[in-house]
Design a protein around this ligand. Structure first.
Ligand code: PLP
Length: 428
């Protein structure tokens, strides 16, 4: 049997459908982030600016975070030595879990090897432990949540994205059965934010449990970085809060926080927690440093929002099709898979700017985009270069501009924050 043929056919299919992923070969630089070195196929290198990192606050490059990682690795070694059952729980993970429980105002937290695994493990375990449970899942939920839902044996119903009326309909339909509402606080491809207080109210009215993914919000929203639920004052009304340590907190790993008994049940039953090696203590210590630091650094959160607002408004003012939303994510719509890839390639080749194309299946066909994620380390000069470069690529490839340019709504608070004089804001 020619086994290779099956794999070749599978890969060719992706190439034909323009869904084949090509990874940029990059090396980030601590001192100069968001600058990075791009290693080209011919062996040469070029300095580029990264505009699509999920290290949203640059915590992966922060000296305190790096110092915690180096110090811990030098003291206790590089790995964790096995599953927690075999090797015990490292002191660094105990500290991290206590920091995370405190961040979300919950009794306990449990750390996993990634945010993806935490969703898979926690959603499936919770749903399986609730007899005759029905899961109500937002239509735009991330793949890791969908996998968690699928892995459970519970019945599942999908409610239209952020549609409270549809969710209520399904809650009523489910009657007295145990119900688990599974949703995100901030949807990372559109950047829109869920009505968390209203969903919590529906859950209370119909007796449902709530599970929220705050992966794209932790560290960045709320007075201490507890996410959208903290900002909206509803952390105590959500049963389980899930987050990642890999984006706002700049390292690696995922977690859930909630009541002690719920977390203990997940710890005790979730196979994808039990049978895998724990995070290295050095990674846990670095994450703890980032969480602690961000609890006290509202100035970094403000700088992040400022960079994002200025970028959004500068792009929109130049007639580029920015998708408006209330978050730090800046989607610029291309609406064509090939043009999207070509735009990304041209930004890199011609302008030394790295922005990965977002194509199907990450987003629906016809809604392909560049997803830009400004950080506090992007300067006004970076932003000016970005706008000029993206406009040049749009002209060269014939991608439609918005005529007349959009005037995005800027609320008073955001306007206040947009203080860089170098950028002319659309709404001024
Ligand atoms: C909404 C959401 N949840 C979970 C994850 C997985 O998190 P991690 O990257 O830590 O595995 C992602 C990853 O991008 C995500 O977008």
């Amino acid at each position: 049997m020619d086994y290779r043929r099956f794999f070749e056919t599978a890969v060719t299919r992706l190439q034909e459908e323009r869904r084949y992923r090509v990874f940029a070969h990059l090396e980030r630089c601590v001192e100069t982030f968001p600058q990075a070195v791009w290693h080209r196929d011919d062996g040469s290198t070029r300095d580029v600016t990264i505009w699509c990192s999920n290290d949203y606050l640059g915590m992966g490059q922060h000296p305190d975070v790096i110092a915690a990682m180096v110090e811990t690795a030098s003291r206790v070694g590089a790995g964790s030595g096995g599953t927690r059952n075999i090797s015990g729980t490292s002191h660094a993970i105990v500290e991290l879990e206590s920091e995370l429980a405190d961040l979300h105002g919950k009794e306990a937290a449990l750390v996993f090897t990634s945010g993806w695994i935490s969703n898979l493990a926690a959603i499936s375990t919770i749903a399986d432990l609730l007899p005759d449970c029905v899961i109500l899942s937002d239509a735009s939920n991330h793949n890791s949540m969908i996998e968690g839902v699928k892995r459970s044996r519970a019945e599942r119903k999908i409610f239209r994205h952020n549609d409270l009326a549809h969710l209520e309909e399904l809650l009523i339909e489910a009657g007295a059965r145990p119900k688990l509402i599974v949703f995100e606080s901030l949807y990372s491809m559109n950047g829109n934010i869920a009505p968390v207080a209203e969903i919590a109210a529906l859950a209370e009215r119909y007796g449902a449990m709530t599970y929220i993914d705050e992966v794209h919000a932790v560290g960045m929203y709320g007075a201490r970085g507890g996410g959208i639920c903290e900002r909206e004052g509803v952390m105590h009304r959500i049963d389980v809060i899930e987050g990642t340590l890999a984006k706002g907190f700049g390292t690696l790993g995922g977690y859930v926080a909630g009541d002690r008994v719920v977390i203990d049940a997940i710890r005790s039953y979730a196979a994808s927690f039990i049978f895998t090696t724990a995070l290295p203590p050095a990674v846990a210590a670095a994450a703890t440093a980032a969480v602690r630091l961000l609890k006290a650094r509202s100035d970094l959160r403000a700088a992040h929002q400022r960079a994002s607002h200025i970028t959004k408004h500068a792009l929109a003012a130049a007639g580029l099709p920015v998708l408006e939303n209330g978050s730090h994510i800046v989607p610029v719509m291309v609406r064509d898979a090939e043009l999207c890839k070509a735009a990304s390639d041209m930004l890199l080749e011609r302008h030394d700017i790295y922005i990965q194309p977002i194509n199907y299946p990450t987003v629906a066909r016809g809604s392909e985009r560049l997803r830009i994620t400004p950080t506090p380390r992007h300067t006004p000069e970076h932003i000016v270069a970005l706008v000029e470069s993206v406009a040049d690529v749009w002209h060269t490839l014939g991608i439609p501009f918005v005529e007349p340019p959009q005037h995005l709504h800027i609320d008073a608070e955001s306007r206040e924050r947009c203080t860089y004089p170098e950028i002319k804001l659309a709404a001024q």
